[in-house]
Design a protein around this ligand. Structure first.
Ligand SMILES: CC(C)(COP(=O)(O)OP(=O)(O)OC[C@H]1O[C@@H](n2cnc3c(N)ncnc32)[C@H](O)[C@@H]1OP(=O)(O)O)[C@@H](O)C(=O)NCCC(=O)NCCS
Length: 376
């Protein structure tokens, strides 16, 4: 039996061609292209095509892909009915998990896992996650549902459905860049969850639903909400030092810092920091950005020697806030991006599948006498 590694740290569980991470050097590539180049030049739709096909699309292929996505923005009527039965107080992550699962109930062939079927279902899920989230947000506010606008790309349409008005080009671009940066990231917990689930030859709805459950944890995708809550708790830039020192003295973890793989600056955070600054300037949120950099300065002094730097969640909090997303839609927005990455991993897993079934190191007793219920 291979050596036990708590949390599977350092264990290679499968091969992938999708994303490459060098945690020591702070490198992230999707199929060889540095993440910064994709964030600068690509779009979310193009990035997802790239992840699903292993190559960048030609113009006509991209436009076909975008058209197919737009044609699927609307959700099945039965799912919309279900949405109207959910408690308005439900957390959006719980709501989207339930609603994605319910999409499978309205698919006449939910179990089809041949690669063309998988891609087809993934396309619908990708197109509909933003609609599910926006509809749930409309519904819980007691407002009429803002129907998707097929003339818009995925990021623009999402913001439009949330707020009922067309976002500015700058907001659309910022949302789109966030989606590109969050689309894939090696064998993170939710991606691994999706691959474990699909490796049983279960269905893609189960795989994505399970992955959403994984992503909502505060040690994973939930950290961006933790960052925002922390920023809200700190009154001014001058209070950052004491706030962080007090937390570190109590051995609390600072949300948005540290990473299992990166022991250098997370390259996504590099990009998000620039984006957050620009958006904060444009939207009158510089105090928020300045609090973030003040926290980073304290953490840099205290923890950089241990390889603890801002991760993707740290500056995405300020970015999402400036885009105007409500706090509890930060992590759900991550679901939109990862729906692209998770699906790519399901396709890759089933293209050369082997059931995930690790061993456990049993540490309990042996040959224990059974004691009858009356004698316990
Ligand atoms: C992401 C995370 C779970 C990685 O955890 P991990 O690889 O299991 O690392 P550990 O939790 O074992 O931490 C290793 C050391 O760094 C410290 N550390 C890690 N993250 C820290 C943080 N955010 N703040 C302060 N100290 C931190 C730990 O206290 C530990 O110190 P010790 O060796 O003195 O005990 C962890 O860094 C964390 O909880 N970060 C905050 C949540 C977050 O931002 N998650 C999003 C990740 S993208």
């Amino acid at each position: 039996m291979a050596a036990y590694s708590k949390g599977l740290e350092g264990v290679v569980a499968a091969q992938t061609k999708l994303s490459f991470i060098d945690g020591e050097k702070g490198v992230l590539e999707y199929i060889g292209i540095p993440i910064g180049d994709l964030a600068t030049h690509s779009t979310f739709e193009e990035t997802v095509f790239f992840l699903w096909n292993g190559r960048l699309p030609k113009k006509s292929e991209l436009s076909d892909f975008e058209s197919s996505l737009r044609a699927r923005y609307e959700i099945p009527k039965g799912v919309e009915d279900l949405l109207h039965t959910l408690p308005k107080t439900a957390e959006p992550m719980h709501a989207v998990r339930t609603l994605v699962s319910s999409l499978g109930l309205h698919d006449p062939k939910p179990n089809a896992i041949d690669i063309p079927s998988l891609r087809d279902k993934a396309l619908s899920i990708l197109a509909q996650v933003p609609t599910l989230l926006a509809y749930f947000h409309n519904y819980r506010q007691g407002k009429a549902l803002v129907r998707p606008d097929k003339s818009m790309g995925l990021a623009e349409n999402f913001l439009y459905m949330l707020n009922g008005k067309k976002p500015t080009a700058a907001m659309t671009k910022a949302m789109d860049v966030c989606l590109v940066l969050h689309a894939d990231h090696g064998f993170n917990n939710s991606t691994f969850t999706a691959r474990v689930l699909i490796s049983t030859e279960s269905d893609i709805y189960s795989a994505i639903t399970g992955a959403i459950g994984s992503l909502r944890g505060p040690l994973h995708g939930g950290a961006n909400e933790g960052v925002m809550k922390m920023l809200n708790q700190i009154p001014t830039v001058a209070d950052c030092e004491k706030f962080i020192q007090d937390k570190l003295a109590k051995k609390d973890k600072i949300p948005g810092f540290g990473h299992r793989i990166y022991k250098a600056y997370d390259p996504r955070a590099t990009h998000l920091k620039v984006l957050a600054k620009q958006l904060a300037q444009d939207t009158g949120n510089m105090p928020l950005f300045e609090k973030s950099t003040a926290i980073e300065a304290v953490m840099n002094r205290e923890k950089a020697a241990k390889g603890i730097y801002p991760n993707v969640d740290f500056y995405s909090a300020t970015t999402y806030h400036c885009i105007g997303l409500p706090l509890d839609l930060f992590t759900p927005s991550f679901v939109i991006a990862r729906a692209g990455g998770w699906s790519a991993h399901c396709i890759e897993q089933l293209s050369d599948n082997r059931l995930f079934r690790p061993d456990a190191d049993y540490t309990g007793p042996h040959a224990v006498a059974y004691v009858g219920i009356d004698k316990r």
